[in-house]
Write a protein that binds this ligand. Structure first.
Ligand code: AMP
Ligand code: ZN
Length: 280
């Protein structure tokens, strides 16, 4: 075991939490668990650092992939004495994510990850709030963030990812603040940590993300990173410099609540309910 690497990694994550005031010891934190290396590491470290954590996994019902992730998460939580909440998509939507996606995609051209991301965020916020959570911690890492910053620029997203950064920084009584303790760590570092620790996780990417725009941007950044080490960190840090301005601007846009489901939204109809409209 590479003890030096493990101690350095853990100290750096502790420092991210401290420097960006991600969480307090009195907060109740729900960790969004996918069963992957990032969210398992997040759950492990928050518990190790003495925070009050519970896990929440959305079973998307994607066959063997979801079954294995659920089994791994259950095993991990059992071994570490962490309470786990499981949301089965059939109970809340009546079918698997694959059916939801094909219903939507037969009418509108939207990517797999876009649809899945909207549904997951909506369910996570609603369920974490109902559990009385003060924070939702996700396993988003430096690679994810650098990709999202560039994807927003490439696609001309008008919000430019105001919700990005180590915390979402949104205050609304129906919105549970999301935190990202692994914000400054790369995929490679987290994979190494997770393997060193022997976490029971799958290391393959989600089978439905093949051919996604994110995967293309990921490959492209990896090529650039080889000849320009540190560009992921530069993208994330430069984004952080401008995010204050974006957020100040956003404060003038009051957070609304969806006219159909009542959940927080930037528009009259939230993204999840717009998808449900398409599916009808
Ligand atoms: P992804 O959107 O798959 O890149 O995942 C980003 C983060 O969202 C993960 O690190 C988890 O914290 C969370 N997440 C992803 N999938 C799930 C899931 N099925 N249930 C709960 N949280 C999830
Ligand atoms: Zn809605």
């Amino acid at each position: 075991m590479d003890k030096e690497f493990i101690i350095r990694f853990e100290n750096e994550v502790r420092e991210t939490i401290r420097k960006h005031s991600l969480v307090n010891k009195k907060d109740r934190v729900v960790v969004a668990c996918s069963g992957g290396k990032d969210s398992t590491t997040t759950l492990y470290l928050l518990k190790k650092f003495g925070y009050s954590v519970e896990g929440l996994i959305i079973d998307l019902l994607m066959g063997e992939w979801s079954e294995k992730n659920l089994e791994n998460t259950r095993q991990f939580c059992r071994n570490h004495g962490i309470k786990l909440h499981v949301i089965n998509l059939r109970d809340v939507m009546g079918c698997s994510i694959c059916y939801v996606r094909s219903g939507i995609q037969s009418k509108e051209k939207l990517g797999n990850c876009t649809i899945c991301g909207v549904i997951k965020r909506w369910l996570l916020n609603k369920n974490a709030r109902e559990l009385g959570a003060d924070r939702i911690a996700t396993g988003h890492n430096l690679d994810d963030e650098a990709e999202t910053v560039l994807m927003n620029i490439f696609t001309g997203n008008p919000n430019m990812g105001r919700g990005l950064g180590p915390t979402t920084g949104v205050s609304d009584d129906k919105f549970v603040e999301r935190i990202k303790p692994l914000y400054f760590h790369t995929n490679d570092e987290i994979r190494r940590y997770s393997k060193e620790m022997g976490f029971p996780v799958l290391y393959e990417p989600c089978p439905c993300s093949i051919g996604s725009f994110r995967r293309n941007v990921r490959r492209w950044i990896a090529v650039l990173e080889e000849s320009n080490p540190g560009i992921r960190m530069n993208i994330a840090n430069n984004f952080l410099r401008i995010s204050g301005v974006l957020r100040k601007e956003a404060k003038n846009n009051v957070i609304m609540h969806c006219e159909v489901c009542g959940e927080p939204s930037r528009n009259g109809l939230c993204k999840r309910c717009r998808l449900m409209e398409i599916m009808k």
